[in-house]
Ligand binder design. Sequence first.
Ligand SMILES: Nc1ncnc2c1ncn2[C@@H]1O[C@H](COP(=O)(O)OP(=O)(O)OP(=O)(O)O)[C@@H](O)[C@H]1O
Length: 299
Amino acid sequence: MAHALATAPVGGRTWQADPVLRVDHVSMRFGGLVAVRDLSFEAGRGEITALIGPNGAGKTTVFNCITGFYKPTQGMLTLTHADGDRYLLERMPDFKISAKAKVARTFQNIRLFSGMTLLENLLVAQHNRLMAASGWSILGILGVPSFHQAEKAAIDRARYWLDKTGLTTRADDPAGDLPYGAQRRLEIARAMCTQPELLCLDEPAAGLNPRESAELNALLLSIRETEKTSILLIEHDMSVVMEISDHVVVLEYGVKISDGAPAEVKADPRVIAAYLGVDDEEVGKVEETLDEIAEEAQA
Ligand SMILES: Nc1ncnc2c1ncn2[C@@H]1O[C@H](COP(=O)(O)OP(=O)(O)OP(=O)(O)O)[C@@H](O)[C@H]1O
């Protein structure tokens, strides 16, 4: 679903007109295993891009290359801020990717500070900015007004995200006491407190019930509309992918097999084959069947 936030499309592809992220010919090897092979795609600014594929397809490896956990064996990853500043992510250490390039991520397994309160978790996320504002403690100790302003802004931002994620009433509870779905929302709130240009979510709907999954969809759509944040997500839950994505990239065995709008990808025989576990030789049959269905629909 293309939407109003994107600029004029090139060849109908909004994500190519103004990409926040360009992945150019990226490969990642682990010894003899090629986890990602010659992968190229763009994620559009202000759009929700989904990276999908069967287990072991290389999705998390791509995330780890974008966020600096791994250095790709080959290829380029270019992040471009709205003001035009460019960052070559494959050349940057992970702490600079989050602090300077402003890429935030969540993980497949929740990684909150479970003994800290929700509010504390969201303030820790803003530690770098607060440390800089405190002149690495000196201005903070001296009680300089600019530090107090930064501290107040951090608390206001934390409260804003607690509100957006429906967690305000639990602000002073330990994060570990939250139900699973609420912990997932808190992780997203924590990432958003860093005011990212690109928010990377690794299976945000994993383990959620249908109601929580619908709440997640609403939250992600609201982040796109209100904050204009670009989102890249790995997701197995097709209801999430098809309902909220503007653009879907499909991997299988580390290779891109499809790239397009959700409706196009859903009808792509290679994607159907990958998901249904059809052998390569049978892809032709799947294609024929789809053609027949299309012809019948037109008749
Ligand atoms: N650090 C590593 N060392 C060796 N092999 C790895 C490493 N990380 C990933 N792999 C391998 O790379 C391939 C892709 O794994 P990856 O976790 O990226 O897939 P995925 O698409 O995220 O899978 P899932 O949906 O199950 O999370 C797999 O064969 C995996 O075993």
